[in-house]
Design a protein around this ligand. Structure first.
Ligand SMILES: [Zn+2]
Length: 154
């Protein structure tokens, strides 16, 4: 008996190509508990998403993550990018708002977060002194380049 060799089947190979699967055994293992789904990533890129505060974790570099993506936290009209005192408080509540999108101009960057990361060369004193200009200094696009959002491990 000759087994059918599906690797030579035109329909199968077309399907494989459409799926972007290079090898016959090519597959991507996916763990929805630790990895964002495509839908979750889309939602985070579009708006602030209300999630269980317990799902948020703090990375070694003090930035904030949800599963395998960095996120920023929206709270009190501010953009939080690190585990500042406000974020610690927000994480003690049941729900928290997180996002990966470019924030609206109505939100201001949190000076404590910038100091926490010493981002843009800021420490606590400098960031207080410059607080008026911080929104001009801070760019989410630049931050995303300095701290790539997706994917992150650890
Ligand atoms: Zn903050």
């Amino acid at each position: 008996m000759k087994l059918f060799d599906f690797r030579e089947d035109a329909a199968f190979n077309q399907l494989k190509q459409r799926m972007g699967a290079a090898e016959a055994g090519h597959f991507v293992s996916f763990d929805p508990e630790h990895q964002l789904t495509f839908g979750e990533r889309e939602a985070l890129a579009a708006a602030s998403v209300d999630i269980s505060a317990g799902a948020v974790r703090i990375l070694k570099d003090r930035t904030i993550a949800l599963k395998n993506s960095r996120v920023w936290v929206e709270g009190g009209g501010k953009i939080h990018i690190a585990n500042c005192a406000d974020v610690i408080q927000l994480r003690n509540q049941l729900r928290i708002m997180v996002s990966t999108r470019n924030p609206e101009k109505t939100l201001s960057i949190c000076p404590e977060c910038l100091a926490e990361l010493k981002y843009l060369g800021l420490d606590g004193r400098k960031s207080r002194r410059l607080s008026e200009q911080l929104d001009e200094l801070f760019s989410m696009e630049q931050f995303r380049q300095d701290y790539p959002f997706y994917p992150v491990n650890g």
